[in-house]
Design a protein around this ligand. Structure first.
Ligand code: SF4
Length: 357
């Protein structure tokens, strides 16, 4: 049986594009057709990425204390979420945390700091950390995520060995001002353009579950396609207590798989990363979602705990995936059960407690 999703996949594999109407049809697919949708999106995934998964590891260099008011963020101005708050990690601590992620199976380290954007002195600090990390781990890919960039900063990061720069558009332009008022959608787009112009691989994605409409999700995905994002993190809102979105639960596992499938159809050859909220929103569909997406974060997120890193690796192994850039890494993993609830991170960066990687 050839489904409408197979027909869209045929069109994309023949060099065509999924249209906004195709994307809407994918988002609105009847639940009983989910596996037809996954099978069709999986054809695109395998055409471009075979059975590989990119494994990324977050190091939160500076947590909380942000003057911006992104109302989905536990680190924002006004957030009462009881997260870890600390200023810049030392270089040694950064190397230790990044090393834990690499040892745990990651091949890309994402170095993130809260705040509107870095000062030139912050760039001094980060470039020193990155140069040291690259010296210790010459094969590591580094993505920086430091907020809005000023002129010349992207070039300095590139010169220090940074491979990619993350700055999410987060939502559709038409929904942007509902989620943050201290900077504009255009500010965000400008930073992505600066990163791209400096030769950094642009990483930009979205957060689903912010009261957006189906049409706005489609709008955001097509904007990311237009921006030329090489990697697209798809976050599912984690509604931290103490933030404006506390108790906002708009997402179901099947809905999340459909959103990832839409991303695959619209941007078939791009890295589609299942990002924050993977465990709590996809729940038992995590592995099915990986038939569509091709990238995950290992272990903990910036301010919340993720699934145990060993369980992440076990899941990849169980499903026959290989880690891109570390094809032999999936050996001898143990799996520990953990609750899927949102737990505030109390280990790793900024603490004396070992990371869970
Ligand atoms: S700028 Fe970044 S850290 Fe600050 S509130 Fe917005 S998303 Fe959170």
């Amino acid at each position: 049986m050839t489904t409408q999703f197979d027909q869209i996949a045929d069109k994309v594999l023949a060099g065509g594009d999924a249209s906004p109407n195709d994307a809407l049809a994918i988002l609105r697919a009847p639940e009983e057709e989910l596996m037809h949708l996954v099978a069709a999106a999986g054809r695109l995934r395998r055409a471009y990425f075979a059975n590989t998964v990119k494994v990324n590891y977050l190091v939160n260099l500076k947590s909380g204390l942000c003057p911006e008011n992104c109302n989905y963020c536990s680190q924002a101005l006004g957030s009462q979420a009881p997260i870890l708050k600390y200023s810049w990690l030392s270089k040694d601590e950064t190397l230790k945390q990044a090393g834990a992620g690499l040892k745990g199976g990651a091949t890309r380290v994402c170095m993130v700091s809260s705040g509107r954007g870095p000062s030139d002195r912050d760039i001094d600090k980060v470039t020193e950390m990155i140069e040291a990390l690259k010296q210790e781990h010459p094969d590591v890919e580094v993505c920086a995520c430091l907020g809005l960039l000023k002129a010349g900063q992207a070039e300095r990061l590139k010169a220090a060995g940074v491979d990619a720069y993350n700055h999410n558009i987060n939502t559709a332009e038409s929904n942007h001002d509902n989620i943050v008022q201290t900077h504009t959608y255009d500010d965000r787009v400008e930073t992505i353009s600066k990163a791209k112009s400096a030769g950094l691989s642009p990483c930009s994605g979205l957060i689903a579950g912010l009261n957006e409409t189906d049409e706005q999700l489609v709008e955001a995905l097509f904007a990311l396609k237009e921006l030329g994002a090489d990697s697209i993190p798809v976050n599912f809102l984690m509604p931290f207590d103490g933030t404006p979105y506390e108790n906002t639960w708009e997402l179901e596992p099947i809905r999340c798989v459909k959103i990832l499938a839409m991303a695959r159809f619209v941007c078939p050859d791009k890295e589609i990363r299942i990002a924050g909220g993977r465990e709590m929103h996809l729940r038992s569909l995590q592995a099915i979602a990986l038939q569509v997406a091709n990238s995950i974060f290992l272990g903990d997120y910036l301010t919340s705990e993720g699934q145990d890193a060993k369980a992440d690796i076990q899941m990849l192994k169980d499903n026959g995936f290989v880690i891109l850039g570390a094809e032999d890494a999936l050996t001898d993993t143990g799996c520990e059960a953990r609750p899927n609830g949102l737990a505030i991170r109390q280990r790793g960066s900024g603490t004396d407690v070992p990371a869970n990687a």
